[in-house]
Design a protein around this ligand. Sequence first.
Ligand SMILES: [Zn+2]
Length: 194
Amino acid sequence: MPDDDWSTRHSVLTTARRTAALVNALADDRPDPDEVAAVLLAYGETGPVELGPEEVTGMRAAAAPLREVFAAATADGAAAVLNRLLREHTGPLRLTSHGGTAPWHAHVDRDDDAPWAEWLLASSCMALAVLLWDRQRPPGRTCASDSCRNVFVAQGSGPERRYCSRRCATRERVAAHRGRHSAGGSGGAAEGPA
Ligand SMILES: [Zn+2]
């Protein structure tokens, strides 16, 4: 869940996680505007957020190339995608506090009233680029489950996460366990239930 603390509300990590949540909410052919708005509100956008169908369509188009960043297996691959997006879709780096209503943070969209789609692409490129810079690794991943398309932000250290959620990890572990037992016949593995 997003951290509600003032100083971290616009942190790079929170912004990158918001990007992942929006890319996932926008994955459907016809994303639900209320669901997209709920993600924005959950990540500190001041309400009310009312998105029209054409705004959601624009955001969906912006989410598609961002998915490529998450799909990149290497830092080089993710950097190549990000460099293309930064070149084609963002303006100069600037700082804003939205008139003192937010902590100072960086923007690369044209101005504070840019359309949602431009804002999504620009803020996401910024956060994912900084994470790549900081960690020298791809900033995110796609869930390893065949039945899930979710993207997520890779954690800073520790073992690499392969699944977007505990739910996906559990489902895949149970499936693998069942697969081993049905393939192995007697199933002599000394492995308890997950
Ligand atoms: Zn998943």
